[in-house]
Design a protein around this ligand. Structure first.
Ligand code: SAM
Length: 269
């Protein structure tokens, strides 16, 4: 699957899915209900995520959401960071951006402040949207797998470029138990369905280290596969990866899963 094929497969799949729910794209996730109250049902219906990176966001931070879709993670993060924080969503799909922009003022009215902006752009090249070292925490929910394999190193470099020293990336994505064969990768429906662009789990974690991140922790790795296709298991994983500051220090912050029993150490859950 080359870059153009991957992008056009995503365009064709996610444009109608912005207004008509596509159940095949939904991977069950338990979001904290208290944040969902302020979010219109039309946005919640377009949930095509596979994890909840917003759990790792803190008050006052600047957050970038890669592949923000209809805006759900941005609208949750908006409430978590509060009025002194800021949230930026980037997506390349006009229909998704239309839904996100339509409901941004509604969410702002409900929560009492406005701190979210959405930009059209390709997450493999955000030079014109985001400066170097500008973001406290880069989040993404079920998007990296959709980027062509040839562009994935560029994507991880972009992730590192925009993250502040002392900041972090928190990425939920679908990963594979085995390397996905080329024949499956060339299937546009499997690709746009967040299946055949998935990286092997170990390669996914290594990609953060190759981009320059440190203190890389798998905070969630579902035991049950979301789907099994061609004997390969596809499941959700969430990784926290830190960028060192000028003194070489990293700050992963507390693990919100810890009280629920997850150890928060590498390879946990
Ligand atoms: C599976 S949906 C996830 C949407 C959202 N993160 C959520 O949790 O519901 C994938 C989204 O990523 C966007 N996307 C895929 N590849 C992209 C790219 N290269 N640049 C920008 N957006 C991209 C799609 O347009 C789509 O809105």
């Amino acid at each position: 699957m080359d870059k153009n094929q991957a992008e056009s497969a995503c365009h064709d799949r996610y444009s109608p899915a912005a207004t008509t729910v596509e159940p095949a794209l939904c991977c069950p996730v338990d979001y904290d209900a208290k944040w969902l109250k302020a979010i219109p049902q039309e946005v919640i219906d377009c949930d095509y995520g596979c994890g909840d990176p917003s759990k790792y966001v803190r008050e006052g931070e600047t957050v970038l959401d890669l592949g923000s879709g209809a805006g759900k993670i941005c609208f949750i993060a908006s409430q978590v960071v509060g009025e002194h924080g800021k949230v930026i969503g980037v997506d390349m799909n006009d229909s998704m951006l239309e839904v996100a922009n339509k409901f941004a003022p509604v969410v702002a009215e409900t929560i009492g402040f406005e701190n979210v902006e959405f930009h059209k752009g390709n997450i493999t090249n955000m030079q014109e949207i985001i400066n170097n070292n500008d973001i406290d925490v880069v989040v993404s929910n079920c998007v990296l797998n959709l980027v062509s394999n040839i562009d994935k190193p560029k994507l991880f470099s972009e992730l590192f470029r925009v993250t502040k020293g002392g900041g972090r990336a928190v990425i939920s994505d679908i990963v594979a138990s085995e390397c996905v064969p080329e024949e499956m990768q060339n299937d546009e429906h499997l690709w746009s369905g967040c299946i055949s662009g998935a990286m092997k789990d170990t390669a996914f974690v290594e990609a953060f280290a190759e981009a320059g991140f440190e203190e890389i922790t798998v905070v969630k790795h579902e035991t049950e596969p979301w789907q099994t296709v061609g004997g390969i298991e596809f499941r959700s994983m969430t990784v926290v990866a830190c960028k060192a500051d000028a003194d070489g220090n990293t700050d992963a912050g507390p693990d919100p899963e810890a009280e629920g029993g997850c150890c928060g150490a590498s390879g946990c859950c």
